[in-house]
Design a protein around this ligand. Structure first.
Ligand SMILES: Nc1ncnc2c1ncn2[C@@H]1O[C@H](COP(=O)(O)OP(=O)(O)OP(=O)(O)O)[C@@H](O)[C@H]1O
Ligand SMILES: [Mg+2]
Length: 375
């Protein structure tokens, strides 16, 4: 096992800069996801760690050793690709021990090593089969087995579950979490699926345009997004974001957007908060049925255990969740006028120009008074 560090890593392909400057410190034994939209540089980052791509500048360390000039074979890493890359003419067992052959591990050691991996991944009944006789999830386990048998210091996985159907993905997600809990190997996992990142990771590195936006635990990313990009990217349905004006009041701030006007205590926001802000509310923090504000229902989307409700509050688009077992869920119709409340301590405020978060999260935000809306 080993820690991993990127220090001022810059990567350009020709004239095109993909990663301007990346600093990232992954602790020994962590499960870190690189999460971000297509083209943000996740795979490039992983390939530089694996040695399949050279950084243009900067250093990469694995276990305290600089590796950026070493070939992949000398980095003590194992990578699992989206395509699994199994050898079709070899059996499952032969696929798994392949890295041992390649590395010159004496043949008499193979059965014991194979047995460990087979037990861990429950591959016993499949050992004699060829890859094409396996389901996607089984192929995935074989690819993992082939990586595991090398007992690497670091595991690198690039969207390993993206070829699987939703049910199998959920299953493999749980298996990967359990596997990591058992073996504790430092893991770097590339995904653009936020659910995967949220459920599996000790920390998530959110990237956009080659720039690290936030590197923090899943809860932190969800409840305290560092900027507008992270706020909008994480969460389904997405956080409602509305341009708002911020005015300093006697004992705090008033944030106004359309038919919404929220009074926040002085301790809630940075004292340097500008006038032009963006107000962010997560769907679960817009509570329909009672409260000082009103909105018009535009669309009701039943999803099973809850309905997602799209609202218009004096020109501001909001999204709310309503649990299906509430009478309100059955009553709501498009065009209805519905009162609602807001969890003020969970209102997010961002600077409109820089996108930076303005909430002072360390402050104990208790005062939850608000002004009645104008709408
Ligand atoms: N070999 C290459 N030559 C030129 N440009 C490249 C090369 N590899 C990647 N890029 C560019 O670098 C950027 C980042 O690509 P990368 O594959 O790292 O994105 P990603 O975050 O993994 O995206 P996805 O989610 O689509 O897999 C993209 O704009 C891509 O076109
Ligand atoms: Mg990729």
């Amino acid at each position: 096992m080993a820690a991993v560090s990127f220090r001022q890593v810059h990567k350009a392909f020709g004239d095109t800069v993909t990663i301007p400057s990346l600093d990232l410190d992954i602790a020994d034994g962590e499960f870190v996801s690189l999460l971000g939209p297509s083209g943000c540089g996740k795979t490039t980052t992983l390939r530089m760690l694996a040695g399949l791509e050279q950084p243009t500048r900067g250093t990469i360390e694995i276990g305290g050793r600089e590796v950026q000039t070493l070939p992949p074979a000398q980095r003590d890493i194992a990578m699992v690709f989206q395509s699994y890359a199994l050898y079709p003419h070899l059996s499952v067992a032969e696929n798994i021990v392949y890295p041992l052959r390649k590395r010159g591990v004496p043949k008499q050691q193979w059965p014991a090593l194979l047995q460990q991996v087979v037990q861990l991944l429950q591959l016993e009944p499949l050992l004699a089969r060829k890859p094409k006789q396996l389901s996607g999830g089984q192929q995935q386990r074989v690819a993992l087995g082939r990586a595991l048998i090398r007992n690497p210091k670091v595991f690198l996985l690039d969207e390993p579950l993206s070829n699987l159907d939703a049910k199998l993905r959920a299953h493999m997600r749980a298996e990967l979490i359990e596997l990591h809990q058992r073996i504790g190997t430092t893991t770097v996992y590339v995904t653009h699926d936020q659910l995967e990142a949220m459920t599996m990771s000790t920390r998530i590195a959110v990237m956009n345009g080659g720039v690290l936006q936030q590197f923090a635990a899943p809860d932190e990313i969800y409840y305290r997004p560092a900027n507008l990009f992270v706020a909008g990217f994480i969460g389904t349905p997405a956080m409602s974001l509305a341009d708002a004006t911020l005015i300093r009041a006697d004992d705090g701030f008033v944030v106004s957007a359309g038919g919404l006007s929220l009074r926040l205590p002085a301790a809630a926001l940075s004292l340097h908060a500008p006038r032009e802000v963006v107000l962010g509310l997560r769907p679960e923090d817009v509570v329909l049925g009672a409260g000082p504000w009103h909105a018009r229902v535009k669309v009701v989307e039943p999803t099973g255990h809850e309905s997602i409700v799209l609202l218009d509050c004096g020109g501001v688009a909001l999204v709310a969740r309503v649990a299906s077992d509430l009478p309100l869920a059955a009553e709501l119709r498009a065009g209805d006028d519905v009162p609602f409340d807001v969890s003020l301590s969970r209102a997010h405020v961002f600077a409109r120009d820089s996108g930076a978060r303005l909430n002072r999260d360390e402050a104990n935000v208790t005062a939850l008074r608000r002004t009645r809306d104008a709408a």
